[in-house]
Design a protein around this ligand. Sequence first.
Ligand code: SF4
Length: 204
Amino acid sequence: MKILLHMCCGPCSCYPVQNLRAGGHELTGYFFNPNIHPYKEFKQRIDTAMEFGDKAGLAVVADKNYDLRTFLRRALSAEKREETLAEKPRCRMCYAWRLRKTAVYARENGFDAFTSTLFVSPYQLHNVMKDAAEKIARAENIPFFYEDFRTGWDEGVEICKKLELYRQPYCGCIFSEEERYSNRWKKDHKKKMRKLREQKESEA
Ligand code: SF4
């Protein structure tokens, strides 16, 4: 199968590329991640994705447009719209935006299916991404190729070390960078999640 593989970054591509190739699939990488901040980090991740492409013999198409303002507008309105309804509304928007763009590119460029390296990460909301990708596949009329790559997370880390790729210390957006450093955010987040859980339990 000819698959367009959305690449969230070089390191997360290591295992999925190995796994999909072992399954006999023909791959092209697609870098579309306007969530990454600041510009230096955005550039670094594109460069690392391209470096991985060179080392792994993978053709990579990269969207190099640094669309910070659109990301922020979408992220803030997602938080405002859904803050009491769902966990991490910003991330839901972020997944759906990147997956939809990948699906559209795949359909317009003659691929049989699309998928994403996001499915290797144990740190993302895996089922939320899967649901989003399935909905997008139906709406955009292009198959979503699902595989739970998380079983190969450790192997991917080892491949990444061997290839000497840059490994980023945070998910990507400015908010994830804040979350990495802010104890206040961690405390508030815990509180919010507890409240959401209680709310869900009382509705059940
Ligand atoms: S934390 Fe990661 S997935 Fe969530 S909005 Fe930020 S970059 Fe996107």
